[in-house]
Design a protein around this ligand. Structure first.
Ligand code: 13P
Length: 212
């Protein structure tokens, strides 16, 4: 199997894994991954639990449809990350419950939305920005991501859900899972005084494990 074929299979497997464990329900969520000559992205209205590798959408480097079904309506969002963060190999958008719950809160810090509660959210996700609401599929979502100029590997779309990137598909999926689990901890601890990692703790993690 060639590299693109293997990536299609991996996209099916990881998407099913997310679906089977409730990180995605119904036809919510979409996933893309960079290939040498363009982009693979899940088709619009597809269920992450039941993807067909042959029907995954392929776009060329200019965003033109090459093969497969009609692309996810969030293609603008995905392309904006590849454009502004050249290290991006994959993008995962979910409506996972706890991250989405946090995205609906009004009393939060939009610039540092997920505080450094545990080491892995620092190592795998990094700072998370809250992006203002636009309707699903609105092209302006791409503009909002481009305005960040590549500073964030992960964002939360207000009242909608997380978008998480990685160097490759597995890293992006693992980071999306990490973000969701951290969001769950933050909801569980919402009314308790919390001990966050210190700036020194965060610097040490970045020095030892690198920042994406
Ligand atoms: P698509 O089915 O077009 O990928 O959209 C699903 C979604 O999650 C919208 O935000």
């Amino acid at each position: 199997m060639n590299m693109e074929g293997a990536l299609r299979e991996q996209m099916v497997q990881l998407s099913k894994s997310l679906f089977d464990r409730g990180f995605s329900v119904g036809s919510a969520g979409n996933i893309s991954a960079a290939v040498e000559d363009g982009l693979l992205i899940t088709p619009t209205n597809s269920c992450l639990g039941f993807l067909d590798p042959a029907r995954i959408t392929k776009l060329d480097g200019n965003g033109n449809h090459v093969s497969g079904d009609k692309p996810s309506k969030e293609i603008f969002l995905h392309r904006a990350f590849y454009e502004t963060r050249p290290q991006t190999g994959a993008v995962v958008h979910l409506h996972s419950t706890f991250a989405t719950a946090l995205s609906c809160l009004s009393d939060t810090d939009a610039d540092d939305f997920i505080p450094p509660l545990t080491p892995y959210v620092v190592m795998r996700v990094g700072p998370v920005k809250l992006v203002p609401y636009v309707r699903p599929g609105d092209e302006r979502a791409g503009d909002l991501i481009r305005e960040l100029e590549g500073r964030y590997a992960a964002v939360l779309l207000a009242n909608h859900g997380p978008v998480v990137t990685g160097r490759d598909l597995a890293s992006a999926v693992y980071a999306a899972e990490e973000l969701e689990e951290t969001a769950k901890l933050l909801v569980l601890l919402r009314n308790s005084p919390k001990r966050m990692l210190t700036a020194e703790n965060v610097d040490e993690l970045r020095a030892v494990f690198g920042a994406y």
